[in-house]
Design a binder for this molecule. Structure first.
Ligand SMILES: [Zn+2]
Ligand SMILES: [Zn+2]
Length: 51
């Protein structure tokens, strides 16, 4: 089960995953709600914070 990186809810569908734009290692997962509200996320690998 995957969890949103921003709010930690479990995501099943309607979510986005991408690699951290800074380190390129961590997988960022954002639920649809955090995506639409542009909630910030924090990379677990390098602590990069970004929208
Ligand atoms: Zn979320
Ligand atoms: Zn990173």
């Amino acid at each position: 089960m995957e969890q949103c990186t921003s709010c930690n809810i479990e995501v099943t569908q309607d979510y986005t995953t991408f690699k951290c734009p800074k380190c390129g290692k961590a997988k960022i997962i954002r639920c649809n709600r955090c995506k639409s509200t542009s909630k910030p996320y924090k990379c677990p690998e390098c602590n990069f914070i970004g929208p």
